[in-house]
Write a protein that binds this ligand. Structure first.
Ligand code: PLP
Length: 240
């Protein structure tokens, strides 16, 4: 009897093909945008996918992964990281303050700093734990009420506070454009805010629009479906 997880699991061959295809598209987009080869890092978004699938991606050469839930990452990644020491794990989903310490231990990059209380908690936990994951500030470029992120007009002041008052290792900005809008305006806005604050990294672009994001200066693209296929709810239901 096969489980629904096995039914949903992508074959290692298809996964390797998808990964190679995404990497080729990134390379072509870098060239087209006159960016340096290798300027764009691929974050493989493995949320909802099980450890066997992730292991296939690691075997195919992928080293940077993204997860959107701390608990799901805690269930999946400690073993995988122990066996694969050069993995870099990014948190790309909302972070609650009561999970901030866990996030500092588990992740190498935290992309979703979106409020002062969280930033303050992260500073304290980094000091206590002795680990300083690089941080991105999430910007709500579409000013959507249901979406996390700092409003564009408040971002300069927030960056300054995180850097100066809290001494957080802020390296860049991250955004998720509104689904029904042209993403390039949002990518351009994010780049503009990063440039005037001298932040080198931009995390923007997903399966549907990563090539556009690369045109607008993305240094990290977060790609899930184009690599792993459709998401199952196996892991999310397991840790919910
Ligand atoms: C799920 C997710 C992605 C990947 O989305 P795809 O469309 O599957 O590539 C990227 N960024 C964030 C923040 C996500 O939650």
């Amino acid at each position: 009897m096969s489980s629904s997880l096995e039914d949903a699991k992508i074959s290692s061959e298809n996964l390797a093909n998808n990964l190679a295809g995404v990497k080729a598209s990134i390379g072509a987009a870098e060239k087209e945008a006159l960016r340096k080869k290798g300027a764009v890092n691929l974050v493989a978004v493995s949320k909802t996918h099980g450890p066997e699938t992730i292991e296939d991606a690691i075997q195919a050469g992928q080293k940077i992964f993204g997860e959107n839930r701390v608990q799901e990452a805690e269930a999946k990644w400690p073993d995988l990281k122990e066996r694969n020491s050069d993995i870099r794990l990014h948190l790309i989903g909302p972070l609650q303050r009561n999970k901030a310490a866990l996030a500092v231990s588990l992740f190498d990059v935290i992309e979703t700093i979106d409020r002062l209380k969280l930033a303050t908690a992260l500073t304290r936990h980094m000091e206590e734990i002795g680990r300083r994951p690089n941080c991105f500030i999430q910007v709500n470029t579409g000013e959507e009420s249901q979406k996390a992120g700092i409003l564009p007009r408040e971002t300069d002041a927030f960056i300054a506070k995180c850097r100066t008052d809290l001494n957080l290792p802020i390296v860049g900005l991250m955004c998720i454009p509104p689904v029904d809008e042209e993403p390039s305006l949002h990518f351009a806005l994010l780049r503009e805010i990063a440039e005037r604050n001298e932040l080198p990294e931009l995390s923007m672009g997903m399966s549907a629009d990563f090539e556009t994001a690369i045109q607008f200066g993305a240094t990290y693209v977060r790609v899930g479906t184009a690599i792993f296929g459709p998401r199952s709810d196996y892991w999310q239901s397991k840790v919910a």
